[in-house]
Ligand binder design. Structure first.
Ligand code: ADP
Ligand code: ASP
Ligand code: MG
Length: 404
């Protein structure tokens, strides 16, 4: 008995017409290819957002497990609808929730991480049913409470289940033909990438491209699971996520992405002494705030420094308040959002010079001011004004020759 894991995202199950469409894909896998399927599903698109709105009518802060209980219902709903439709079509199926499997997670409610999956029940049920429709995005904590895996987390459910079943691959069906050189909704001449490395898609996903949940890529990379990202509307090959050594063409820049989730904080007039940066970032780490991009400048007389860094937008106020309350000496603190981080990613960057120069020149030609820069071996990120996002993405996309 060959088992396959297929995941369908929110837009692929958005309404009955779309669900009937995916039922056909499932039917052909079961009837023609004789596979047994674990179908992981997201909530119908828009449902999770509405559930968040409902929660926020009662409580603004997302700190208690009831948030996860509410959010997980979106996937419970879609899983049951899809399973019912499959049974109507004489494909023996049943739905199953995260806690029933169980998918054990940590207790980090609203962004829990999967710790382990016991696949015994899935295997037993697959003897009786042709298809198991698993509600994605959810698990159970050691306190027996429902957890959710963070927005977009159904991808991670699918990869983790594939691993727990000892499979070497997992199919992610979505509303685009695969992974593109940039978000096809913003960059009109973006092209589909045939194969991309785990490292590249991990950078792109972590830097804002929502096509795959970053944690799903981390898991796939760790356990060598191939991910095939493909369209649920067309029966065509999409993008294969592979190991670097299996990628023949190593483009200098494979993809470009953006994130609007950045706030910039600047501290001016900090005494330029050893240990001061450790104190500032230590203060933020203590309250669980992640700092991303950093620049430091020293005044001409060498006595004072100014430090600029970015934090997630939702942490901006907390970060400023904590630094003001701390004993750290500085003259002034300032924070700003309405910014956008643009990142270029490619494994070929490791062995090519002039990649950064081209990025800075391209932005300069468009009169776009770079506020902060950060780099890694395979990526360069710049922080710019949010209003310039579309111009920057399109200009860089052309500059690196990624267009059709
Ligand atoms: P699903 O509901 O199937 O999980 P998502 O909305 O989470 O789908 O992810 C698919 C979306 O990701 C696409 O509609 C597209 O707008 C966006 N996206 C962003 N960057 C990229 C990219 N580089 N390639 C493909 N899609 C991208
Ligand atoms: N329904 C959840 C969300 O909208 C999880 C997912 O779609 O993967 O984020
Ligand atoms: Mg998604």
């Amino acid at each position: 008995m060959a088992i396959q894991v297929m995941k369908f995202g929110g837009t692929s199950v958005a309404n009955l017409i779309r669900i009937k469409n995916i039922a056909k894909i499932i039917e052909s896998e079961v009837k023609i290819n004789k596979n047994k399927l674990v179908v992981v599903v997201s909530a119908m698109s828009g449902v999770t957002n509405r559930l968040i709105e409902d929660y926020k009518k009662v409580r603004q802060k997302i700190t208690d497990p009831e948030y996860d209980v509410i959010l997980s219902t979106g996937e419970q709903h879609s899983a049951a609808i899809i399973s019912t439709l499959l049974n109507e079509r004489k494909i023996e199926s049943r739905s199953i929730l995260g806690w029933q499997i169980p998918i054990n997670t940590d207790s980090n409610y609203s962004k829990a991480r999967i710790l382990e999956i016991n696949s015994d029940l899935i295997k037993t049920l697959l003897k009786k049913y042709k298809v198991l429709v698993v509600a994605g995005f959810q698990g159970i904590s050691k306190d027996d409470r429902i957890t959710t895996l963070g927005r977009g987390g159904s991808d991670t459910s699918a990869v983790a289940i594939a691993y727990s079943l000892g499979l070497k691959s997992c199919q992610i069906y979505t509303d685009v033909d695969g992974i593109f050189t940039s978000d096809p909704r913003i960059v009109k001449n973006a092209t589909k990438i045939n194969s991309i490395t785990y490292e590249e898609i991990l950078e792109l996903a972590s830097l804002g491209s929502k096509v795959l949940h970053p944690r799903s890529v981390e898991l796939a990379m760790k356990y060598g699971i191939k991910i095939h990202v493909r369209s649920s509307f067309k029966r065509k090959t999409g993008t294969m996520v592979v190991k670097e050594e299996n990628k023949i063409e190593k483009e200098v820049v494979t993809g470009i992405t953006s994130s609007e989730n950045e706030s910039k904080i600047t501290l001016k007039g900090i005494p330029d002494k050893p240990g001061i940066a450790a104190k500032i970032f230590g203060t933020l780490a203590k309250i669980n705030i992640n700092v991303d991009m950093i620049v430091q400048n020293i005044t001409d007389d060498g006595k004072f420094a100014s430090l600029t860094f970015t934090v997630p937008i939702e942490d901006e106020k907390r970060a400023v308040k904590e630094l003001k309350m701390s004993k750290i000496k500085f003259k002034n603190i300032d924070s700003k959002n309405s910014l956008c981080k643009i990142s270029i990613v490619g494994v070929g960057m490791k062995s090519n010079v002039g990649v950064a120069k081209k990025m800075f020149e391209t932005l300069a030609l468009k009169n776009i001011n770079i506020q902060v820069i950060s780099t890694s071996e395979i990526k360069i990120s710049v922080l710019i004004d949010l209003k310039k996002k579309k111009i920057a993405l399109n200009a860089l996309h052309n500059a690196y020759g990624l267009q059709i």
